[in-house]
Design a binder for this molecule. Sequence first.
Ligand SMILES: C[S@@+](CC[C@H](N)C(=O)[O-])C[C@H]1O[C@@H](n2cnc3c(N)ncnc32)[C@H](O)[C@@H]1O
Length: 232
Amino acid sequence: MVIIISIGGYFFSIYFGRPVWWKYINTFFPLLVFIISSIDIGSNIFLIFFGLSILIFKGAIFDRVPLYLSSTLVVDALSRIAISRNAKKFIDIGSGTGVVVFGLSCRIKQCCITGVESAPLTWLIGYCTKLYNKSDNVCWLYGNMWRTNLSEFDIVYAFLSPDPMTRLWEKATLEMGEGTILISNSFPIDGVAPDSIEYIGDKRGSVLYCYFPSAHKKNKADNLNQDSYLGY
Ligand SMILES: C[S@@+](CC[C@H](N)C(=O)[O-])C[C@H]1O[C@@H](n2cnc3c(N)ncnc32)[C@H](O)[C@@H]1O
C-alpha cells in the first residue's frame, strides 16, 4: 500500500508540473513515515526533532525560504565583485550559518560584512563562529531581513527562494542607493532583466543575478515622465 502511495505521489508531482524536489518529497515521504512509525521511538524524540527543525527552518515556515548554503566558488565570486567595486559595506540577508559572511570577512578585510538571520539555531552557529574567529569586520545580527534597512549597503546578497523575490525587489528599489548592487543567487526577479549574470560553475550550477535597483528606479521614473508628456 505504501509503495502504491509513493508511486502515486511521484506521478501526481509530474501531472501537476511540480518542481523536481517535490517528486522526491512526494515519493519518499510516505516511505519515510512508514519506516519511522514502525520503529519503536519515544514521543520525546519526535518532540526534540520537531523543536530542532523549527529552530533551524523557521525561515521556511514564515518566508518559504529553507536553509541551504552558498558554495565556496560563490563566495570567491562575491569577493571578486566586492573588491572590483571597492565595496565598503556588504550584507547577506538571510545569512544562514554565515558561510558567506565569514568567507568574505577573511577575504576582504577592508569591507564591513553584515549578516542578518532569523532562525535561532543557525544564527547561534554564526554567533559562535564570530566569537571563535574574532572577526572584527563582521556584524552578525539576529533579526528579520524585511525589517533591515538596506540603504547603507553597497552590496546586498540574497540566496532565498523564488517566493520572496518580488517583495525583495520592491524593498531594494525603495531603499538601495545610487550605484549599489543587489545580487541574487539562483533566483532571478520575475519581470526584471538582470543587469549582469555570472555563471559560477559549481556542482549546484549556481548563477548570480546582478541588479542595480537605482538604475531601474530611474528608468521607470523616466518612462513615467515620458508617458505623462505624451499625455497617457
Ligand atoms: C538559502 S539560506 C542562505 C544562507 C546563506 N545566505 C548562504 O548563502 O549560505 C536562506 C536563509 O535565510 C533565512 N531567512 C529566511 N527568512 C528570513 C527573514 N525574514 N529574515 C532573515 N533571515 C531569513 C533562513 O533561515 C535561511 O537561513
